[in-house]
Design a protein around this ligand. Structure first.
Ligand code: CA
Length: 430
C-alpha cells in the first residue's frame, strides 16, 4: 500500500483562501474534472476551494516543468491517457499540484489559471468506452430480493461472486443534465397484454463509480494483489431506473432498457491517492458465510469511509425556495459485501480486458436501516410506505420536476475531511 505523503498533511493550507475548511475541496483533495473552455473541446481542471485551476494555462505559466514527460499528459483534453500512465506519475502530478497551491511563491503566476467553479461547464471527464454496474451492497440485494422472494432473498451465487451486468456508456451524462422520463413496454399485474407507455415508477440508485486506470491485455486477468492499483479514482453515480419497465423485461438476462436511458455522474474525479487517509477494512463477513475463492482474496483489502447522502427537491419546493429533503444517509464502507478491488479482479478474472477510463458502478448503496436505503424502491418499499415531504407532498417514485442530489463526504481521525461535490439531475416530462 502506498504511504501518506506531504499532500495529505492536515496542517497544509493553500493560498486559495476558500480552500481552508472547504466542505469538499480543501488542498488535501485536488480532484480532476474536464471542463468546456471557449472553443476547445475540453480542458482538465483541478478543484481547490471554490476555484478551479485550469491545467493548460498552468502549464503555460511554468507549472509542471519538472514532471516526467508522460505525466504531462494530465494537460490533454480528457483523462484517459494520463490514467494509462503508471500510478507513480499520478502521484507526481498530485504532489506538484499540492506544492504549488500551498506555496505563496506560485500565487502570482497561477492567478490567471484560476476560474470560479460556478462559471464552469463540466463535461464527462473520460472518454468512457465501457460501463459495468455491480450489485455489491448486501442490504440492497437482500431488500430487493425479499420483495420478490420473501423466503429466499439472496440467490445462491451472491456470497460467492460480485453480481454485475454490462451497462451502456453512450448515455452516461454529467451532473446537471436533465433526465427525460423514459417510455417503455410495461405489463402491470392486472393487464392481459403489455403496452408501450410512459414509465410511472422512475427511481434513482445511489452508487459510487470507479474510474479505472492502466490496461490489461485480452486474456490476462488482473491478480487480486494488483486490483486496487487499477482504480484511478471515484465519483458519485446515479443509475436512474424505471421499475415498471425493469420488472417486465429483466428475466432472464437482467437490466436493459429500464436503465440505459441515462446514468448521471458527478464531475469531479476523487483520486485513489486523495482517498488514502480514508481507507478502512471491509466489514467482517458473517460467521457462516463462505470464504472468497482464492482469486477474490485481496491482500490488505480496503474500502473507503465515505458517507453518502440523497436529497430530493420537488418543483414546488424549488418554487417556495425550500431546501432539499434528506431522504437517505448511508455509510458506504458499512454497506458493501464486495470491495472495490474485488469488483476489478472479478471483472477481469475471465481475461476480460479493462481499459483506462472504463467505469464500474458499485450498485445501489443501502445500509441496514430504512433511512439508509439508496433508492425509492427500497425507501418506500415498492410504494407501500410513501415518503411524506415537509411541504405536504408525498412520493412513492419520482415525479416530473423532482431534482435528486447526491453528496459524499470522507472523514477519518487525523485527516482533513474531503468531499465528492454533487451529482444532480432533474426529471423532465417524457
Ligand atoms: Ca444499479
Amino acid at each position: 500500500m502506498t504511504a501518506l505523503d506531504r499532500s495529505h498533511d492536515p496542517a497544509r493550507t493553500s493560498w486559495v483562501t476558500s480552500a481552508q475548511g472547504h466542505r469538499d475541496f480543501p488542498i488535501q483533495n485536488l480532484p480532476f474534472a474536464r471542463v468546456a473552455q471557449g472553443n476547445t473541446p475540453g480542458a482538465i481542471a483541478v478543484a481547490i476551494g471554490d476555484e478551479a485551476l485550469l491545467l493548460p494555462p498552468a502549464f503555460a505559466a511554468g507549472w509542471g516543468n519538472e514532471l516526467p514527460p508522460g505525466a504531462r499528459s494530465v494537460g490533454l483534453s480528457a483523462l484517459n491517457i494520463f490514467a494509462g500512465r503508471p500510478p507513480a506519475e499520478w502521484r507526481a502530478v498530485r504532489l506538484a499540484l499540492s506544492d504549488a497551491l500551498s506555496d505563496p511563491a506560485w500565487q502570482e503566476r497561477l492567478r490567471g489559471a484560476l476560474v470560479p467553479q460556478a462559471a464552469l461547464e463540466y463535461l464527462v471527464p473520460f472518454q468512457i468506452y465501457d460501463y459495468t454496474d455491480f450489485y455489491a451492497s448486501i442490504y440492497h440485494a437482500t431488500n430487493v430480493g425479499s420483495m420478490f422472494r420473501p423466503d429466499n432473498p439472496l440467490l445462491p451465487n451472491y456470497k460467492w461472486l460480485p453480481i454485475g451486468y454490462h451497462g451502456r456508456a453512450s448515455s452516461i451524462v454529467i451532473s446537471g443534465t436533465p433526465v427525460r422520463r423514459p417510455r417503455g413496454q410495461i405489463s402491470p399485474p392486472a393487464a392481459s397484454v403489455p403496452s408501450y407507455e410512459i414509465s410511472r415508477s422512475l427511481d434513482y440508485e445511489l452508487e459510487l463509480g470507479l474510474f479505472l486506470g492502466g490496461r490489461n491485455a485480452l486474456g490476462s486477468p488482473v491478480p487480486a494483489s494488483e486490483a486496487a492499483a487499477r482504480i484511478f479514482g471515484f465519483c458519485l453515480l446515479n443509475d436512474w431506473s424505471a421499475r415498471d419497465i425493469q420488472s417486465w423485461e429483466y428475466q432472464p438476462l437482467g437490466p436493459f432498457l429500464a436503465k440505459n436511458f441515462a446514468t448521471t455522474i458527478s464531475p469531479w474525479v476523487i483520486t485513489s491517492d486523495a482517498l488514502l487517509p480514508f481507507r478502512v477494512p471491509m466489514p467482517p463477513r458473517g460467521v457462516s458465510d463462505p470464504a472468497p475463492l482464492e482469486y477474490l482474496r485481496v491482500p490488505d483489502d480496503r474500502t473507503i469511509a465515505v458517507e453518502l447522502v440523497v436529497e430530493l427537491r420537488t418543483a414546488a419546493m424549488r418554487e417556495r425556495a425550500e431546501p432539499g429533503f434528506t431522504v437517505s444517509r448511508v455509510q458506504f464502507d458499512q454497506a458493501m459485501y464486495w470491495s472495490p478491488a474485488q469488483l476489478v479482479t472479478h471483472h477481469a478474472s475471465n481475461g476480460c480486458n479493462l481499459y483506462m477510463g472504463d467505469l464500474l458502478g458499485t450498485g445501489t448503496v443501502s445500509g441496514p436501516t430504512p433511512e439508509s436505503r439508496g433508492c425509492l424502491l427500497e425507501r418506500t418499499w415498492r410504494g407501500t410506505e410513501p415518503l411524506a415531504l415537509p411541504g405536504g407532498e408525498v412520493r412513492r417514485f419520482l415525479e416530473d420536476g423532482d431534482e435528486v442530489v447526491f453528496r459524499g463526504t470522507c472523514r477519518a481521525p487525523a485527516a482533513v475531511a474531503i468531499g465528492f461535490g454533487e451529482c444532480r439531475g432533474v426529471v423532465v416530462p417524457a
